[in-house]
Design a protein around this ligand. Structure first.
Ligand code: ATP
Ligand code: MG
Length: 735
């Protein structure tokens, strides 16, 4: 038997060797579905059934596509080129470019990003004199996207599914929007599959071409396909019927994007006689990790149900750890300490992943990793302080502190929209140059005179007045309250709230997290300095980095050690799924938890915090229901878990009204003993041995230096090589 087949178990081999005819592999996490698919790819090539470009292989993310390409190259022992291997979107785009003229485009058509899509739809609505404040383009876009996910062009939308949008019909607006896209030689993201599927459906020549080309079709993460993707696959496979889909209903986590689990059931109906293969041995995780994950997912009702048992030769391992922490600072500290300990035992950083439910959670980890110089990378997203909404908010703060900061002023002057067009902006710049004054001052001058008219003038005046007010507020109410006020009064939060996309909700969470972050600093200046330090930290050339990403982005991946922080009600399961109240959205959250735990090969460490800051106040939080659902015999409790329990009983929340920093210091003595038990990390919310002027110290990142000034827990230090810096005392040691 060939080497590559010998690396499979009998069930996997069966799935690989059944090359002709439809095959569906339905199996739990880590059972080797992706391995089956890549081996099948190689097997088809090595048994000379097809050339590399005659196989269509669909993966869910670009990262997965890259991995698959590498796996195939290793198996074949040569680079894999010219493959039809990628995400649904990438593959459909490739087809459309080839046959662009048949979808009324030229082959260089552009693919609009979400911003452009909205702008275009808004233009369509405004051309019909619609009130886009009352009937938002965002809402309509959601409807259109759902139709596209369900493979419906405007004509195909049934009357009874049409809705009124103001005085118009949504379907008519959809048709007008499609017409505009065509006129612009553009498509939007949803069009890629929609138009490709439509083309295959109505053009026998194109269909025949692809039937000849694709002798074999392979699909990974099948549980997350939506209807239009399904039709596309069905059309392509309908002749050869050589289609192999692998998936796991327990890992279906994209229903909010239109994925339909029913596609699994449809497969059996559309491809009668399909071979169904079940894989039951999990080769990824230790037995306790597997048992914990299986116990959790058993709480879902809508399951096809399957058995899983450990398949690894060496499946013993430690229980899943469930750690309770005081707050997210302690949590990130403990995670980083643990990672450093693993590193000392020669574990690779790139075998550690921190998987979060929501983007805002990365901040605490990023700051901690930066503070101690632990290399990390964020997958499928930007680093916290690089995100557009955070940069905008910080630009507002910079304008308050430093009115001459032109870059910052320029960034926010028309965000949210204040009716300043090209002309107004140009006038501002010209005036600034002519009078040799900062932009903000020039803006004040042209707003005072009659240079500007109408909306633009009002908008500018309003902003300048508000800026003055916020500066006053800064003195009286402090920086934390001022940022909260500013985000509200500037209309910035409202701007995102109006966008009812999932993406917008994440941005609002990030902004709230920013307000929380600010509370860690005594002054706004101190915070801004910190941000510039953090931003300046990305010049390392080092590939061994800790992975930091959302659970959604982690699908299909695996790591030796997986940290799963923030398992608290309202964070995970997230608030939206609780508010909607349906068992369905809760089950999807649970599947996400299952995906998270099953990423771990050796170690899974779940944690939750007893307190979270909501704006400037502390609120006690309740451990996630998912923690209680984990089978007790496979978990080990750690940290100050018992404390969390007491806390849950102790209403009202301990620090709801206290000053945050103060509250935390008062709590420190109570914590230290328990913290010391957790992972042997004596954490130091405040240090006992005060470092005074003249003390020689060592800092992980900046090296040796001498304390110039000590202001509570902030130290001004002159470092030997890094110059003068202000740092928190807990990040330095006595040298
Ligand atoms: P997921 O549901 O998370 O996508 P999967 O079913 O695709 O998981 P794979 O990623 O293919 O699983 O495999 C999980 C791990 O098990 C990989 O490290 C893979 O190399 C290993 N593996 C798979 N099959 C075998 C086998 N027969 N013997 C040894 N190791 C295996
Ligand atoms: Mg997989």
């Amino acid at each position: 038997m060939s080497d590559y087949l010998a690396r499979l178990n009998p069930a996997q081999r069966e799935a690989v060797e059944a090359v002709d005819g439809p095959v569906l592999v339905l199996a739990g996490a880590g059972t080797g579905k992706t391995r089956v698919l890549t081996t099948r790819f190689a097997h088809i090539l090595l048994s000379k059934r097809a050339f590399p470009n005659q196989i269509l292989a669909v993966t869910f993310t670009n990262k997965a596509a890259r991995e698959m390409r590498e796996r195939v190259a290793t198996l074949l022992d040569r680079p894999a080129e010219g493959l039809w291997l990628g995400t649904f979107h990438a593959l459909a785009a490739r087809m459309l470019r080839r046959y662009a003229e048949r979808v009324e485009r030229t082959s260089n058509f552009s693919i609009l990003d979400p911003d452009d899509q909205l702008r275009l739809l808004k233009q369509v609505m405004e051309a019909r004199r619609m009130d886009t404040k009352r009937f938002t383009p965002q809402g309509l876009m959601g409807t259109i996207q759902r139709w596209k996910d369900r493979a419906m062009l405007p004509d195909a939308v049934p009357r009874e599914q049409d809705v009124d949008w103001g005085a118009e019909s949504a379907r008519d607006l959809y048709a007008a929007y499609q017409e505009r896209l065509r006129a612009l030689n553009a498509v939007d993201f949803g069009d890629l599959l929609l138009l490709a599927t439509d083309l295959l459906k109505r053009d026998p020549e194109v269909l025949a071409h692809y039937h000849r080309r694709f002798r074999y079709i392979l699909v990974d993460e099948y549980q997350d396909t939506n209807l239009v993707q399904y039709y596309w696959l069905r059309l392509l496979a309908q002749q050869s019927k050589n289609i192999c889909c692998v998936g796991d209903d327990d890992q279906s986590i994209y229903s909010w994007r239109g994925a339909e689990i029913e596609n699994i059931l449809r497969f059996e109906a559309d491809f009668p006689g399909a071979k169904i293969v079940r894989l039951e041995a999990n080769y990824r995780s230790t037995a306790p990790i597997l048992a914990a994950a299986s116990g959790l997912i058993a709480h879902n009702e809508g399951r096809l149900g399957k058995t899983l048992h450990p398949g690894r030769e060496n499946a013993e391992g430690d229980n899943v750890e469930v750690m309770a922490f005081w707050d997210s600072d302690e949590e990130s500290r403990a995670v980083s300490t643990r990672i450093e300990a693993l590193r000392r035992e020669n574990h690779k950083l790139a075998e550690c992943a921190v998987l979060v439910r929501a983007g805002f959670q990365t901040r605490a980890f990023e700051e901690r990793f930066i503070a101690i110089g632990l290399p990390y990378r964020i997958i499928g997203g930007l680093r916290f302080y690089e995100r557009a909404e955070i940069r905008d908010a910080i630009a507002y703060l910079r304008v308050l502190v430093q009115p001459a900061d032109d870059l910052a002023f320029e960034r926010i002057v028309n965000v949210p929209k204040r009716g300043l067009g090209e002309t107004a902006l140009r006038a501002m710049h010209e005036r600034a140059r002519a009078d040799a004054v900062p932009l903000a001052e020039a803006a004040a001058r042209i707003a005072a005179e009659a240079t500007l008219r109408g909306k633009a003038r009002e908008g500018l005046r309003d902003l300048l007045v508000k800026c003055a007010n916020w500066r006053t507020a800064l003195k009286h109410d402090g920086h934390v309250a001022t940022l909260a006020t500013l985000l509200d009064e500037s209309g910035y939060i409202a701007m995102w709230q109006e966008q009812k996309t999932p993406d917008a909700a994440g941005r609002i969470e990030n902004l709230k997290e920013l307000v929380r972050a600010l509370a860690d600093f005594d002054t706004l200046e101190g915070f801004l300095e910190h941000v510039s330090l953090v931003m300046d930290n990305d010049n390392e050339i080092n590939d061994d980095k800790v992975f930091l990403m959302t659970l959604h982005a982690a699908k299909g991946l695996e790591f030796d050690t997986v940290f799963l922080p923030g398992w608290e009600e309202g964070v995970f399961p997230n608030q939206r799924s609780l508010d909607e109240g349906g068992a369905k959205s809760l089950e999807e959250e649970r599947r996400l938890a299952y995906v998270g735990i099953t990423r771990a090969k050796q170690r899974a460490i779940i944690s939750h915090c007893a307190n979270r800051r909501i704006y400037a106040n502390w609120q006690s939080s309740v451990p996630s229901r998912f923690i209680e659902e984990l089978p007790a015999e496979f978990i080990t409790l750690g940290g100050s878990a018992s404390l969390a329990r007491e806390q849950r009983l102790a209403a009202p929340p301990v620090f709801a009204t206290a000053t945050p920093l103060l509250a935390r210091r008062e709590a420190a003595p109570l914590l230290n003993q328990r913290e010391a038990d957790s992972w042997n990390t004596p954490s130091r919310p405040a240090r006992a041995d005060k470092l005074t002027e003249g003390t020689r110290v060592f800092h992980q990142k900046f090296g040796y230096g001498v304390v110039l000034d000590a202001d509570d827990d902030r130290l001004d230090i002159r470092f030997e090589t890094a110059g003068e810096k202000r740092v928190l005392d807990r990040f330095v040691e006595r040298a």
